[in-house]
Design a protein around this ligand. Structure first.
Ligand SMILES: [Zn+2]
Length: 343
């Protein structure tokens, strides 16, 4: 049996088609939780708390938003009661989100936490420190109603945008958030506001750092628990790409999440580009997201115990749900939360 740390990003999509709370968050997370129950597995839920914050702000003007807020709140409390770990995930563009004609409208000037004000004002949610403090208090006030010893200790940056860490370090430190899980070893993305580059980061399951998770500092105040990635050999990767275009060409049809967005812009055009991409892009997250049986089982075989997996409930589909169900009910994997791993 493999022991894997399971983390999920509990959120809607970005862009024009955010999907609904029910279909992208509540229903797939419920399905996942009932699978985990089969062998006592637990997970860390990285809660996109500024979505919830925005719902609280706007719910008096719109009954749908009130409904969404209650759905999320009830689910979070249920998950916390059943021993899952709820932690902090920040997407600050929610602070500017407008709800018009039954649809969210976003601007992305404040997509990164780093783009909020650097003023040292913990009372103002528009500052870096205020945003972290406010979000932490909101989560702790709610979740302590079912778990009095609950604490926010762990952070995952929206879009993995953790760097430059130095600019947000104080805000996390002062709020006693000392664990980060935003690094994806060897992955890089050069797509405008989503850009990150983890190519020269430590390839470890867990390490301490101080000023940047790029450098290990044995006595550092922070702990990095990176999302595990695996590099697939060239020819096997070409074979897997071929499988994904043939056997699994319709895999998205079974998906619950009704939105689109951050994952839809990587369609390659011709055969040459497809091949080239299979040669160059060979690093994959330990995840069932946009994945299928053959590739997931290869990745899982390659990783050590206590590697960190990521799932976006909005991306679960009937194939990946069946896959997870099989691994858990036959005890091939037991999932644990970051909380269970760190203490
Ligand atoms: Zn996110």
């Amino acid at each position: 049996m493999k022991k894997i740390i399971l983390t999920i990003d509990y959120e809607l999509f970005l862009g024009d088609l955010t999907g609904t709370t029910k279909e992208c968050m509540i229903e797939p997370t419920q399905m996942l939780a009932s699978i985990l129950d089969k062998n006592g597995s637990k997970m860390t839920i990285f809660w996109d708390i500024l979505h919830y914050y925005r719902l609280l702000e706007l719910e008096n003007s719109c009954s749908e938003l009130l409904e969404d807020r209650l759905l999320i709140e009830n689910q979070i409390l249920e998950l916390a009661k059943s021993g899952h770990d709820i932690q902090l995930h920040l997407h600050p563009h929610w602070l500017d989100a407008k709800y018009e004609n039954n649809k969210w409208n976003f601007t992305y000037e404040r997509f990164k936490l780093h783009n909020l004000s650097i003023q040292n004002n913990p009372e103002d949610i528009n500052t870096i420190i205020g945003c972290v403090s406010f979000a932490k208090n909101l989560m702790e006030d709610l979740i302590r109603s079912v778990n009095p010893s609950y604490r926010v200790t762990t952070y995952r940056a929206g879009g993995y945008l953790i760097e430059p860490f130095n600019e947000i370090k104080d805000a996390l430190f002062k709020n006693e958030i000392r664990i980060d899980s935003s690094v994806c070893f060897n992955l890089h993305n050069s797509n405008g506001i989503f850009s990150y580059d983890f190519c020269f980061y430590p390839n470890k399951l867990k390490y301490n750092f101080e000023f940047t998770p790029r450098e290990i500092e044995k006595a550092g105040s922070f702990i990095e628990i990176p999302i595990t990635t695996v590099k697939i050999p060239i020819f096997y990767n070409i074979f897997l790409k071929f499988l994904s275009k043939t056997k699994y060409s319709n895999i998205e049809t079974g998906r619950k999440g009704s939105g689109a967005g951050e994952y839809s812009n990587n369609r390659e055009k011709n055969i040459f580009n497809k091949l080239l991409s299979a040669v160059i892009n060979r690093n994959y997250q330990l995840s069932t997201d946009s994945n299928f049986k053959e590739r997931f089982s290869y990745i899982l075989k390659k990783v050590h115990d206590y590697s960190t997996m990521i799932i976006h409930p909005k991306l679960l589909n009937s194939h990946t749900i069946e896959l997870l169900d099989d691994y858990v009910s036959t005890n091939k994997i037991r999932f644990i939360s970051i909380q269970d791993f760190s203490y």
